[in-house]
Design a binder for this molecule. Structure first.
Ligand code: SF4
Ligand code: SF4
Length: 309
């Protein structure tokens, strides 16, 4: 069988986590609480106003200040705010499923909970749980313990770097002398990560995360966004194995074949059905509008005129 979508999704998640951690290191986007400077793409961002600009009472002076303000403050802010609605309009909740570091963390928590308890989540009951195999519970217990310590602390260091210069944090860590700000940042983020990944997980993605909600809203409203689709003409080939239901960590029932705002276009159900019916014979694919985008095998073997929204 060829590599499924999940393999590429894991690569994408790892790559984005690396990018997310490196952004403040290279001053691509961070605010320095010590110097009160905002860094953007390696440079200190300013309004670009010349010293003494307020002393110029002329119309030309006022016009120049207004233009600088619009160019350097209003437009970049609008562009920043438009990122998630635009992504939602074009790709639905693809970012949530393929890039979001928090989503990846919740999936890891699902995986470890499943291996240890046979259920993906102890607080949310699901009709279908994935098979957990016969795991070595001691090994998974140790892995869970290690993850619960290392990942939140690493996340704390990375995220605190958005407010305190990463070099300062590393020096303090190396010297073993942490300032109050660094301690508060790392501990605060670590506690947040532990609490959300133990208690809340994908409920936060569905109902709280602003980036997720914007993608959800615009993806749902868009007629052309990327979404999960089903080859309904071949529904009789379904063996009712329920592998698609079990694969979905967002608790969507893919066979309902309706636009579900919780779907993050992860493709886990696509892979599950391809495993059951044979590569390229699965009933699901990802597509834009009425088109078919991925996986290629499913697109090629899709019966003509069967794509429905
Ligand atoms: S329905 Fe399929 S593509 Fe959507 S979130 Fe669930 S498993 Fe992923
Ligand atoms: S994985 Fe495919 S064959 Fe199995 S229940 Fe889902 S749609 Fe049917």
């Amino acid at each position: 069988m060829r590599t499924g979508l999940t393999f590429y999704r894991r690569l994408s998640q790892i790559a984005f986590i690396a990018v997310f951690a490196l952004i403040p290191v290279f001053d691509l986007f961070r605010y320095d609480t010590a110097t009160h400077e905002f860094f953007l793409f390696g440079r200190v961002w300013t309004l670009g106003l010349k010293e003494g600009f307020a002393a110029d009472p002329s119309a030309a002076g006022a016009l120049s200040v207004t233009a600088q303000f619009i160019l350097n403050a209003v437009l970049p802010w609008i562009a920043f705010l438009a990122v998630f609605p635009l992504m939602g309009w074009l790709t639905g909740r693809l970012f949530c499923g393929w890039a979001c570091p928090e989503g990846a963390l919740f999936e890891l928590a699902d995986f470890l909970t499943l291996k240890l308890t046979g259920r993906r989540n102890l607080f949310v009951r699901r009709q279908q749980e994935p098979d957990r195999g016969t795991p070595n519970r001691v090994a998974y217990g140790l892995l869970a313990l290690l993850s619960a310590v290392v990942i939140p602390l690493a996340g704390g260091v990375a995220l605190t770097g958005y407010l305190i210069a990463p070099k300062t944090i590393w020096h303090q860590l190396a010297a073993g002398q942490l300032s109050f700000g660094v301690k508060a940042g790392i501990i605060g983020v670590a506690i947040y990560m532990i609490v959300t990944s133990v208690l809340v997980r994908h409920v936060l993605c569905r109902f709280v995360c602003a980036a997720g909600l914007m993608q959800m809203l615009f993806g749902w409203a868009s007629g052309r966004s990327l979404r999960l689709q089903m080859d309904v003409a071949r529904i009789s080939e379904c063996t009712d194995c329920k592998a698609c239901d079990k694969a979905c960590f967002m608790n969507v029932t893919p066979r309902r074949h309706r636009r579900d705002i919780s779907c993050v276009n992860c493709g886990a159900c696509v892979d599950a059905c391809n495993r059951e019916l044979g590569n390229g014979r699965g009933l699901f694919h990802l597509g834009f509008g009425t088109g078919c985008a991925l996986p290629e095998e499913n697109c090629r073997k899709l019966a003509p005129n069967t794509i429905q929204r």
